[in-house]
Design a protein around this ligand. Sequence first.
Ligand code: TRP
Length: 335
Amino acid sequence: MERKRLLTGDRPTGPLHLGHYVGSLQNRLKLQSEYETFIIIADVQALTDNYANPDKVRANVLEVYKDYYAVGLDFTKVHIFIQSLIPEIAELTIFFTNLVSHAEVLRNPTVKTEILEKDLTSRVPLGFVMYPVSQAADILFCKANLVPVGQDQAPMIEIAKDIALRFNKIYKTDIFPTPQALFGNVSRLVGTDGNAKMSKSLGNVINLNSTTEHVKKQVMSMYTDPTRIHTTDKGKVESNPVFIYHNIFNDNSAEVKDLEDRYREGKVGDKEVKEKLFLALEKFLNPIRDRRAIIEKKSPQELLADLIESTNYVRKIAKQTLIEVKEAMKINYEG
Ligand code: TRP
């Protein structure tokens, strides 16, 4: 029996960070053998709000590719590809636009939030409001069954499901499976400043490729319990960013428990809690840094050649799906 398929990916707009790790990368690592795994470097989607910054998107394609290797994706198994090199995805997007109403795209909560966050209110590109439809094409061209993503992507998977069901029903076919979302253990990792949103512009991020110095700086300036003034004050562990991070990244759970107990009792200073978090994060990041050093031995030309080869394999699958789609839609003029 054929393995089920998994598809997910990222916009190449910057280095991947700890939020990406808990939201989706961790699940990719866990499932990369069990599922046939497809990973999209979504340059077309990145351009929907970065159309005037093509250099940024271009530069980050290989950065994200290297992050994938660094974090432990097995390049002999997974199919990583560049979205724009598969024009069939764009074709499928056009067909899908008829299956979604204008009102539906406009009420997508993630798109609405992103329009505010990205300051697009004065001019919302049509491509941007439409990106959930194009993301449905990303997911469905390879007939993915599972989509590991962060919680913020839930509405995108809902649209993909709706489109799959509608397409099958309207065109009386069973081409598309209904894709299921798989969320990470942590619904959303807060920034080091406690802000719900992690972003480069807020400066509250630790990247997978952050240096030791940067990790130290971020951790030592992290937000803790704002009501705790003195080390001897009883502190709150819940919703305290330092402890949120400890619980996720510190593999020494006895140490975390001890710190939590003492924090609650006012018997430990923020400094010790942060220093231990710093060490735990270094332990987590060091193997990722080692793997990054390996992939960085390859030249950008070599890396791009590998990525194109892997993309070509994926494109064959896209072409096959498009044949089936056009047949179902009765636009298969050439037989
Ligand atoms: N929108 C996703 C993000 O911003 C990236 C993405 C593009 C994606 N196409 C996808 C995720 C398909 C899952 C499936 O992180």
